[in-house]
Design a protein around this ligand. Structure first.
Ligand code: PLP
Length: 498
């Protein structure tokens, strides 16, 4: 399998090179040149496989320059008893006769990003070796909260790597901040940024396109790489759980072979939902992909009007991992639905960079509406969904998942679609305990409570056990409490133990 850029016809490379480089030299994203089909029999056969075996099947289609032994090793290093609290890795929870939750938060950091970031370091170190390179990979991450911690956990103490993580100082939850500030490992660094997520992300992008600085690092034996969701090595593992959910539902008799299902995806950078679209391209019977946003509803507007416009107010919400105005992975989707038109894709992306907006052709808009349905909800409705779902089903959702549930309800009501629908549950409710508890028990109940009192309280109300990694935060030393201006990110990287 070859990979090329979304923005020109000048490159093609192996998966190892795509994973090693992260971003294409022309500023585009790497995409596979084709999507090898899974037949209905292939999908049926997945019923009786473990998550790890399903992962090997999917990854093998795309990482053709890896041996099956290498893929198996990466998979078993990533998805195991130490890293995930459930044997099935991503269990499906049945809410009622139509709606299901795909729980993606049983990993170490309690959010879905573990699924990709537990395996990425292994894919990356193999990729560097495979391209006959002996440099140390320096991973730079801009995070709205969950990516940072998941990347730190994934890369911590992995030989041949260093990782620096930047987060918007007022844009993450207390638990998220504490998770990052207490990170172990001899190859990690973390800092807050004065600004929002897009400032942090733009700062990282700037470093990635700073030729002089890259050259200097190369001379010192380092190669810059990205663990953000633009890296192909993060996207491809996310395709697996769509197949896994389908196989589990098939096995449980919830659907029949070939029956289409909807997936509702709480969306920020458009990575998770793009993986669902790729699953559909591979042959998974997917009906609609429902794109759920919070008040930062730039994607909802785009799906409904064909105009992507980031020139709007930025809101800090109770679902901070979705507080994003530039959804980087949308570029891959545009590229694909424009029939791999790199000239047009580049034109749109240039216009986004220059004017903060672009508007797609009627053709592309129509194609997009066939595949996607977009909706959003604000913090108030998020809280109502959490409370209603708890009262009706005794099921506790985190705020991001609740945005998904709210938009799912809107979609099913407005379209009267009877298709079985799976909501991607992207974080543990314990990670966003304050917002979840004020929704269920009222604001008074959470007033003046410490993070750890809140964890206990949520455990009592929900009957769920507090995830070990969160309970342990209480006793961990804060190693990284600082913050810097966005202009100083390069200096921070340069000075980081290199
Ligand atoms: C990152 C994240 C999202 C958004 O996923 P994207 O791939 O950026 O669209 C949603 N929910 C949670 C909990 C997240 O951490």
């Amino acid at each position: 399998m070859k990979y090329k850029s979304t923005r020109s016809e000048n490159f093609d490379c192996t998966s190892a090179e795509a994973i090693k480089q992260g971003l294409s030299p022309d500023g585009g994203l790497f995409v596979p040149v084709s999507f090898p089909q899974f037949s209905i029999d292939d999908i049926d056969a997945m019923k009786n496989l473990s998550y790890q075996q399903r992962a090997v099947k999917v990854l093998s289609r795309f990482l053709t320059d890896f041996t099956s032994g290498e893929i198996e090793e990466c998979v078993s290093n990533a998805y195991n008893k130490e890293s995930f609290a459930t044997e099935s890795i991503t269990p499906v929870y049945k809410l009622n006769n139509q709606v299901y939750f795909l729980e993606l938060w049983h990993g170490k950091t309690c959010a879905f990003k573990d699924l990709a970031l537990q395996i990425l370091p292994h894919l990356l170190t193999y990729s560097i070796k495979k391209t006959k390179d002996d440099r140390t990979a320096v991973i730079l991450v801009a995070t709205s909260g969950d990516t940072g911690k998941a990347a730190l956990e994934g890369f911590s103490n992995v030989d041949g790597t260093k990782i620096a993580v930047f987060y918007p100082v007022d844009g993450v939850s207390k638990i998220q901040k504490l998770q990052m500030a207490t990170q172990d490992g001899n190859n990690v660094a973390v800092s807050g940024i004065e600004g929002n997520f897009d400032d942090a992300q733009n700062g990282v992008k700037k470093i990635f396109t700073d030729k002089e600085f890259i050259e200097e690092l190369n001379k010192r034996g380092y190669i810059l790489s990205s663990a953000n969701s633009i890296n192909w090595g993060r996207l491809v593992p996310q395709i697996v759980y769509y197949f896994s959910a389908y196989a589990d539902m098939l096995k449980a008799g919830e659907i029949t072979l070939g029956e289409k299902v909807n997936f509702v995806v709480p969306t920020g950078n458009f990575g998770d939902i793009l993986a669902g679209y790729y699953a559909k391209l591979l042959g998974l019977p997917v009906n609609k992909l429902v794109c759920a946003s919070n008040t930062n509803n730039v994607l909802t507007d785009f799906i409904n009007t064909g105009v992507y416009n980031k020139n709007r107010e930025f809101y800090t919400t109770d679902s901070p991992s979705m507080d994003i105005l530039i959804s980087s992975n949308l570029e891959r989707f545009i590229y694909n639905i424009s029939d791999n038109d790199s000239t047009l894709t580049k034109q749109y992306m240039d216009s986004l960079a220059k004017d903060g907006q672009y508007s797609v052709s009627d053709d592309i808009k129509a194609k997009m509406s066939e595949i996607l349905w977009g909706g959003y909800c604000d913090d108030k409705d998020t809280a109502i969904s959490i409370k209603d779902t708890f009262e009706k089903y005794k099921y506790v959702m985190d705020t991001h998942t609740a945005v998904g549930k709210n938009v799912c309800d809107k979609y099913l009501f407005e379209t009267d679609d009877k298709t079985k629908t799976v909501i991607l549950s992207t974080a543990s409710p314990f990670k966003f305990n304050k917002a979840v508890l004020s929704a269920i028990a009222g604001e008074e109940a959470v007033k003046n409570k410490s993070e750890f009192e809140l964890l206990d309280m949520l455990s009592e109300i929900s009957g769920l056990v507090i995830p070990k990694s969160l309970a342990q935060l209480k006793d961990k030393e804060v190693r990284f409490g600082g913050k810097i201006n966005k202009e100083d990110m390069k200096q921070f990287v340069s000075g980081f133990n290199m």
